[in-house]
Ligand binder design. Structure first.
Ligand SMILES: [Zn+2]
Length: 322
């Protein structure tokens, strides 16, 4: 009798764990967009959404401003179908009703860009609260160009460029020719880049979950290599860098290319990669995006496999996205 009870209890435990695994709800991610100097933004939002949803770990919502800027030609091709009538503007116009409910999400991905109008103050306050209370945040390429005057945003992203960023926002941070970290307080504008090209990523911290197990060096697809980024850089770790050569109009410094920032209890994953759709087709970018988003959302990386089409030390690799 006892043995029978014991085995049915075991069966109950087994069934419970199976049904938990099967019914485990996906994590909730929110992509914020609508105003970006990069006209590819309606497409790059859809790329990020698909990359995340293809893992089956995420369901992704999009919060888009009702006044949009740039990307007009792509809005019809990548529609939201959320019933909101949007108005395209030549320059950014603030949307007073842009108040996403961050509390529903594990992680927020910012796909705004240079020249974006400020969000409503209530949104800024809710956003700061969301991240500082432990929410995940992902910062891609131009999202480090916007909101230069928002002090807490600059703390979240660690380093930024453009948007009136200067020495008032914090130092330049990079590795010098000897691969030593430099915190440079000299005056000057934050943010520039040379001509677009394929460039290598070099992992500098192979123990962090985002970079653990990745090849030490791999060739990223054509992209803008941001340099001279500056900001508060508090609680920031540089996980990978790229060498910005003067031959391509850069700095001859190793510029931060994958960063993490702790903001309160929140985790921020930040990469300046992702200028265009072709940059985001890079399998290295996709892999790092998924790892970084996992880490921002949960503090760990769920899928640590290296895709068989991951770029090599001297060969980039893309997945075409239509
Ligand atoms: Zn760009």
């Amino acid at each position: 009798m006892l043995r029978a009870l014991g085995s049915s209890f075991c069966m109950f435990l087994l069934l419970s764990s199976v049904s938990f695994a099967q019914s485990k709800a996906p994590m909730k991610a929110l992509i914020m967009d609508g105003q970006n100097n990069h006209g590819a933004w309606p497409k790059t939002t859809m790329m990020v959404k698909k990359y995340l949803e293809d893992t089956k770990r995420y369901s992704v919502d999009i919060a888009r401003t009702k006044y949009t800027m740039q990307g007009d030609d792509l809005l019809a091709k990548y529609p939201l179908n959320d019933g909101v009538v949007r108005e395209a503007k030549k320059s950014a116009v603030a949307d007073p009703d842009y108040i996403p409910d961050f509390s529903k999400y594990n992680v927020v991905i910012n796909n705004f860009g240079f020249g974006a109008a400020p969000w409503p103050e209530a949104t800024n306050v809710a956003f700061e609260k969301f991240v500082s209370n432990g929410g995940g945040l992902v910062i891609l390429h131009a999202a480090e160009n916007c909101f230069g005057d928002w002090e807490q945003y600059n703390k979240m992203i660690g380093l930024g460029g453009w948007g009136n960023r200067t020495e008032k926002n914090g130092p330049y941070v990079y590795l010098d020719a000897n691969e030593k970290k430099v915190v440079d307080n000299s005056p000057g504008k934050g943010g520039s880049h040379g001509s677009q090209h394929e460039f290598s990523l070099i992992v500098r911290d192979a123990e962090h979950p985002i970079t653990k197990g990745l090849p030490k060096t791999w060739l990223h697809s054509k992209d803008e290599l941001y340099d001279r980024l500056r900001g508060p850089a508090q609680n920031m770790q540089i996980l990978a860098t790229s060498f910005s050569s003067k031959a391509h109009g850069g700095t001859d410094r190793h510029e931060p290319m994958i960063m993490t920032i702790d903001y309160g209890k929140g985790r921020v994953f930040h990469t300046p990669m992702g200028h265009a759709d072709y940059s985001m087709e890079c399998v290295g970018f996709i892999t790092v995006l998924l790892r970084g988003t996992d880490w921002a959302a949960t503090g760990t990386v769920v899928d640590t496999t290296i895709p068989s089409d991951f770029p090599r030390i001297d060969k980039s690799s893309q997945r075409k996205f239509d």
